[in-house]
Ligand binder design. Structure first.
Ligand code: ADP
Ligand code: TPW
Ligand code: MG
Length: 576
């Protein structure tokens, strides 16, 4: 118990209160950073947490603080903590809590709340809302603590729920009255719980490992798909050993890029359609067969019959979209190690006619792409600009690459190679816009590495005000905005000829760089690949908060980037 946590009462009995108990419970469990927005009833709590040595990062909007907490969870395997005020602050944080749950990132949203007695009788308290009931549908678990002596248990449950099994978001409701509740200091200290083995290893059943190896042995054209669960698991060495020993081509999902380098000879990223169509056995590791993998069936997967092996910590994930002939349930580190052990010393690597066919296809595609990436067009198109950023990351493989937008996302995902695990952070399972600044801030703080954030001009706008936060904490974040004057393209026209612009179009020639300058950071406006290269390198060398407005041809993009097929369009022409 910290000295500051103790106050004296008249009888010389040492007392503590809710404020201190929450801080002590978090510290006891290794929480080093809180992302949030202050206000009633958590203003003093934030101040006190800072005074007690927790880093408190104050945002301009709770949603961005929430995204920061969610990605801190992904990067560290510890729950990221987001702190908000009641009703509106809580609701602003809730999108991020749902996002964390959807993406399997451990996070705890802690919100202050109004007086229970008044809320439950709906008597109109300050910021009245039944937050616990609202949160329940959007997270793995939701708890409320009413008594100071339960704070230790409440925090412990929240932590364990967030990180054990399939990780996800947890809500912790702390009513205003709780903070000031006083209790005996010694009893308070005793009530705290240090969570032991919060995410225990989950060893797969030996039969399931044998079954998976039998299926794998029967394969003529095997494929391994790595998802962001594999990146989260931090089982990098075991995954590398499995892939290299098996000789099987691997396809990384977006945030799994870099577990093995995209330039690895077995990486099939540039031959994606071929490996999905032609493979006969697919081992899915830490990825779901959701929309991002066309649900494991249909045109993208071709006509040839396929067998799926799946490694996941969540048993309910099996057979979610297609039959899984060999489910392996457990944590990825334990499962992959068990597979490796089962393979023994005499494992026959994947057949060379298959691996050669994949490599040939991949090299063809890479060769076709190369000249596009070296084009010097002005105004820049996506490829010319991305060729530059690809080189920047190649030269700085430790930098974290944050990415959001439509064309700006889809094209960068294919072009910018990653070399190390957990370096690419993006829109995730929902394809959500607005993660940019929150992710960049948390990535810089949690890893101490420089961040390059590539954002569409629309994507940036969802969290643009946080450039002030980046400047305030003087973080090594370089934001590059691909500014094409709008969503997908800046060329749409309002057919009625009225004064309003088309719904997808923004102010032409906007200078986003001035926003960073407004807060004392560095701004640059660039119109050619050479200028872009110079500006980004300068920013990455200096580590100063920088925003580069990269002017992109407004006609260069396509509707919805690469997922135009999901975008319903009317075929009915109305008679005038
Ligand atoms: P992607 O979007 O990259 O395809 P998903 O988010 O769809 O990846 O899938 C991640 C999967 O990884 C989830 O099904 C989750 O249960 C699983 N997962 C997360 N952490 C682990 C772990 N440590 N061990 C095993 N599976 C995990
Ligand atoms: C929370 C819908 C998907 S992509 C996008 C929007 C608004 C912006 C695309 O424009 P941008 O990129 O960023 O300028 P570019 O290069 O193609 O011009 N609200 C949320 N999430 C999503 N996905 C949307 C809206 C959307
Ligand atoms: Mg745009």
């Amino acid at each position: 118990m910290s000295v500051a946590a103790v106050v004296q009462n008249t009888d010389d009995q040492e007392l503590t209160d809710g404020f201190h108990l929450i801080i002590d419970a978090l510290k006891l469990n290794g929480v080093k950073t809180i992302y949030g927005v202050p206000g009633i009833p958590v203003t003093d709590f934030g101040r006190m947490a800072q005074a007690e040595g927790i880093r408190v990062i104050s945002f301009r909007h709770e949603q961005n603080a929430g995204y920061a907490a969610s990605i801190a969870g992904f990067l560290t395997k510890q729950p990221g903590i987001c702190l908000t005020v009641s009703a509106p602050g809580f609701l602003n944080g809730l999108t991020a809590l749902a996002h964390a749950t959807t993406n399997c990132f451990p996070m705890i949203l802690i919100s202050g709340s109004s007086e229970r007695e008044i809320v439950d009788l709906q008597q109109g308290d300050y910021e009245e809302m039944d937050q616990l009931a609202v949160a329940k549908t959007m997270c793995k678990a939701a708890y409320r603590v009413l008594h100071a002596q339960d704070i230790g248990i409440g925090v412990a449950r929240a932590i364990r729920a967030a990180v054990s099994g399939r990780p996800g978001g947890v809500y912790l409701d702390l009513p205003a009255k709780l903070f000031g509740q006083v209790m005996d200091a010694a009893a308070g200290e005793k009530s705290l719980v240090k969570v032991i083995d919060a995410a225990p290893a989950q060893i797969p059943a030996p039969e399931s490992v044998k079954r998976a190896l039998d299926v794998l042995k029967s394969a003529k054209k095997p494929l391994i798909i790595l998802g962001k669960g594999a990146a989260y698991a931090q089982a990098d060495d075991a995954l590398k050993a499995l892939i290299e020993k098996s000789g099987i081509p691997f396809l990384p999902m977006s945030m799994a890029k870099g577990i093995l380098p995209d330039t690895h000879p077995q990486c099939a990223g540039a031959a994606r359609s071929t490996v999905l169509k032609d493979s006969d056995v697919v081992m899915v590791i830490g990825a779901r067969l959701n929309w991002l993998l066309s649900h494991g069936k249909g045109k993208a997967w071709g006509d040839a019959p396929k067998k799926f092996i799946q490694i996941d910590i969540e048993p309910k994930e099996m057979d979610s979209n297609v039959e899984i002939v060999a489910p392996v349930v457990g944590d990825i580190g334990s499962c992959v190690t068990a597979l490796l052990n089962g393979m023994g010393d005499k494992w026959t690597p994947a057949a060379s006619d298959w691996t050669t066919a994949v490599t040939t296809k991949k090299n063809d595609n890479i060769t076709k792409m190369a000249p596009k990436l070296r084009n010097n067009n002005t105004p820049m198109d996506y490829y010319g600009a991305l060729g530059v950023l690809r080189d920047v990351i190649k030269e700085r493989p430790d930098a974290i690459f944050v990415n959001e937008g439509a064309n700006t996302l889809d094209l960068a995902r294919g072009v910018v190679d990653m070399y190390k695990p957990r370096k690419r952070l993006d829109v995730g399972t929902w394809g959500i816009m607005g993660i940019g600044q929150g992710y960049s801030i948390a990535a810089a703080i949690e890893t101490g590495k420089p961040v390059l954030a590539l954002e569409g001009d629309s994507a940036f706008g969802f969290s643009g005000m946080e450039v002030e936060t980046i400047a305030r904490y003087n973080l090594p974040v370089c934001i590059v905005i691909f500014n094409n004057d709008g969503i997908y393209r800046g060329t749409d026209v309002n057919p009625t000829g009225s004064g309003d612009p088309a719904p997808t179009v923004f102010v032409k020639g906007a200078r986003y760089d001035k926003m960073m300058e407004a807060f004392g950071g560095i701004g640059a406006n660039v119109t050619t690949p050479d200028e872009l290269r110079r500006a980004v390198n300068e920013a990455m060398d200096s580590g100063k908060p920088t925003l580069i407005n990269a002017v992109i041809d407004p006609g260069a993009g396509s509707e919805s980037g690469r997922i135009g097929n999901l975008n319903p369009q009317s075929v009915v022409k109305k008679k005038k």
